[in-house]
Design a protein around this ligand. Structure first.
Ligand code: TXA
Ligand code: MG
Length: 306
């Protein structure tokens, strides 16, 4: 596993490797990704292979800035522009009609493309040095936990990469919010780093999708983001349980996470990973509050528990 300090020289080497068709472990503010030159179809296909991801589950294209949007998008609806202006760079992905230049391999055969401008300084540097859009799914194996530190990448993925740029622990710890901007009104396809309330403060209340306007995100499965152990959500951990609690832990088999949803999210995958390594058959999670600001955390907990 080749984990490199993100010096200017290493970032330049990584950019050259990407332009030469290789894959690079990319730190972002949400989770680590597997970056490829988005217009290099062979490199994109290899991304799917090493993740063992079905080819119809599209990738997010990462851009250095909003000025790169015309390279990948055929249209830029006004609400996409408003959201990008407010939240980029940051953990928000916008789905818009794709430009012909984006290979169908990236979009899983769809005529739309998901784009985002990441906030992490190492991601920004790599994007500006390589000067091409980079496709990057989370760097987990299909259905596994997304890595939030360089050393958390599965060796089978890490070994297939030119290198992993070490950007330290990810600030948000869960993936970006995905908003479908390809229809007449915007809809959240995946809750994430930017909350529904933040988006509604910017655009006004979101309409709930009607059946005809509802486009499903092909990457949304009932079970996802899951450790090896079975995950169950409970009201309170018992003294002998292995799991995640909000209250004081009573053993080394329990990890307490903060009562703030953002801080909780930033440590969730790491906590699940740590508990999974203990090889208990079951991980129990104390239910966080049933409140709107916990929507993204609840989404991941439901998907971890299948
Ligand atoms: O935070 C993130 O978004 C991370 C970092 C690395 O940027 N990336 C990430 O990528 O989570 P991935 O591939 O694990 O998740 C991409 C999500 C999937 O749910 C996929 O279905 C959705 O975005 N998506 C991508 N393109 C889409 C499209 N054209 N239409 C609808 N959904 C799309
Ligand atoms: Mg993922």
């Amino acid at each position: 596993m080749k984990i490199l300090e993100p010096t200017e020289e290493h970032v330049r080497e990584a950019a050259e490797a990407l332009l030469g068709g290789k894959l690079v472990g990319l730190p972002t503010e949400t989770v680590y990704g597997i970056a490829a030159h988005a217009f290099d179809e062979a490199a994109v296909r290899r991304t799917f292979e090493i993740k063992e991801r079905p080819p119809n589950n599209p990738l997010i294209v990462h851009l250095a800035g909003v000025d790169q949007v015309p390279e990948v998008a055929a249209e830029w609806p006004s609400f996409a522009a408003t959201l990008a202006d407010r939240f980029w760079p940051g953990p928000l992905t916008l789905v818009v009609p794709k430009a012909p230049k984006v290979p169908m391999a990236v979009t899983g055969g769809l005529d739309t493309v998901a784009v985002r401008v990441p906030l992490h300084p190492v991601a920004q540097l790599l994007l500006s040095v390589s000067r091409v859009p980079l496709s990057a799914p989370s760097a987990n194996r299909f259905m596994g936990l997304s890595p939030t530190r360089a050393e958390h990448l599965d060796p089978s993925i890490a070994d297939a990469l030119f290198c992993i740029l070490d950007g330290g622990p990810c600030e948000y710890g869960i993936e970006s919010t995905v908003v479908d901007c390809s229809g007449p009104t915007p809809h959240i396809l995946r809750p994430g780093g930017i909350s529904r309330a933040q988006i509604e403060r910017c655009l006004g209340p979101l309409e709930s999708p009607t059946n005809s306007s509802k486009r499903r995100s092909p990457g949304q499965y009932e079970r996802h983001y899951a450790p090896r152990a079975a995950v169950r959500i409970v009201e309170k951990l018992g003294p002998d349980d292995c799991g995640i609690c909000l209250s004081e832990p009573v053993s080394d088999e329990q990890i307490q996470l903060p009562a703030d949803p953002g801080k909780y999210a930033s440590r969730l995958y790491e906590a699940l990973r740590t508990l999974d390594l203990k090889r208990h058959p079951q991980i129990l999670i104390e239910a966080p509050p049933d409140a709107p600001e916990w929507e993204a955390v609840w989404d991941r907990l439901r998907k971890a528990s299948g």
